[in-house]
Write a protein that binds this ligand. Structure first.
Ligand code: GSH
Length: 263
C-alpha cells in the first residue's frame, strides 16, 4: 500500500502526485499544514529534514521528491516515466539536479517573499521567528527570515530570479529540438519535476518570465491540460489553497522586472 504525506501547494509533492497519477497509482493521503506539523517528532522519524513529501511504500518511508520519482519508476515500471535513450535519461536527471540544487530553494525564496509573507507578518516577529527556526534545515530558516523581513528586497531574490531564468533556458533548449516534452518524445520525470515550478511562477504572477520563451509557453499550455495535472493539482486546490496567490499585494511583477533590468 502507498501513503503520501504532503500538502496540496507543495511543489515537491505536486511532482510526486503527477507521477502517481501517470502510473495509475493511488496513495492514501496524509495532508500536512506545514505550519509546524512537519516538525512533529513522529514525522521527523519518517523525514528527518521535516519536509514533504514522504511516500510510504509497504511501511517504508521513501523521501526526497526527485528520488521518489525514480523510485516509482523502479517499483512500478509501467508506464515508464524514464526515456530509454541514455542521453535522454541523463537529461531527466539533469533537470532534477538543477531543481534540487537551485530551483527549489529559489522557488521557496520567491514564494515566501510574496504569497506566503502576509500570513507571517500578521504574527509577532518572535512568533514567526520561533516557527521557522524549528526547521532542522538551518540555511532554509535563514532564507525565510530574510524574505519574510524584506520581501522582494531581500538580498536573495535577484539570484532566485536568475536561477528560474536558467531553468527556462534549459527548457527552451530541450523544446527547440522539436520534442513535445522536456526529455524527448514521451512525457517523463523531467516534465513531472518541472511542471510545479512553472505553475508556481504563474501563481506568483511571474508568467512574464517566459515571454521570451515561446516554446515554454506552448509546453505549459499542453501540460496544464494533461489529465494528471488537472486531477492532482488544479482539481485539488481548495479556496484555502488558492488564497495566498489571490490579490498578491504588491504585484510582484513590476519589482521583478526592475531587478531583471538591473541584473
Ligand atoms: N529536497 C526535498 C525538499 C522538500 C521541501 O522543501 N518541501 C517543502 C514543501 S515544497 C516543505 O516541506 N517545506 C516545509 C518547510 O520548509 O518547513 C524534496 O525534494 O523532497
Amino acid at each position: 500500500m502507498l501513503e503520501l504525506y504532503h500538502s496540496i501547494n507543495s511543489v515537491c509533492a505536486q511532482k510526486v502526485r503527477i507521477a502517481l497519477h501517470e502510473k495509475g497509482l493511488t496513495a492514501k493521503d496524509h495532508i500536512m499544514t506545514l505550519r509546524g506539523d512537519q516538525f512533529d517528532p513522529a514525522y521527523l522519524k519518517l523525514n528527518p529534514g521535516g519536509v514533504v513529501p514522504t511516500l510510504m511504500h509497504g511501511g517504508v518511508p521513501i523521501i526526497e521528491s526527485a528520488l521518489i520519482l525514480y523510485y516509482l519508476d523502479d517499483a512500478f515500471p509501467e508506464p515508464p516515466l524514464m526515456p530509454k535513450a541514455p542521453s535522454q535519461r541523463h537529461r531527466v536527471r539533469l533537470y532534477n539536479k538543477l531543481i534540487d540544487e537551485y530551483v527549489h530553494n529559489s522557488c521557496m525564496i520567491l514564494t515566501f517573499a510574496t504569497a506566503f509573507r502576509p500570513a507571517f507578518l500578521k504574527m509577532t516577529r518572535e512568533a514567526w521567528q520561533a516557527e521557522i527556526s524549528k526547521s532542522p534545515l538551518k540555511r532554509r530558516a535563514e532564507y525565510k527570515r530574510s524574505v519574510i523581513e524584506h520581501g522582494l528586497d531581500s538580498e536573495f531574490v535577484t539570484e532566485a530570479i536568475a536561477l528560474h531564468g536558467k531553468l527556462l533556458s534549459w527548457m527552451t533548449d530541450s523544446l527547440q529540438q522539436g520534442w513535445p516534452y522536456l526529455a524527448g518524445e514521451t512525457f517523463s520525470n523531467a516534465d513531472c519535476a518541472v511542471i510545479p515550478y512553472i505553475l508556481r511562477l504563474e501563481l506568483l504572477k511571474l508568467g512574464g518570465l517566459w515571454d521570451r520563451h515561446p516554446t515554454v509557453a506552448a509546453w505549459w499550455e499542453r501540460m496544464r491540460e494533461r489529465p494528471s495535472v488537472k486531477a492532482t493539482i488544479f482539481d485539488r486546490m481548495s479556496e484555502t489553497d488558492w488564497a495566498p496567490f489571490k490579490n498578491l499585494a504588491p504585484d510582484p511583477w513590476p519589482k521583478v522586472q526592475t531587478l531583471l533590468k538591473a541584473a
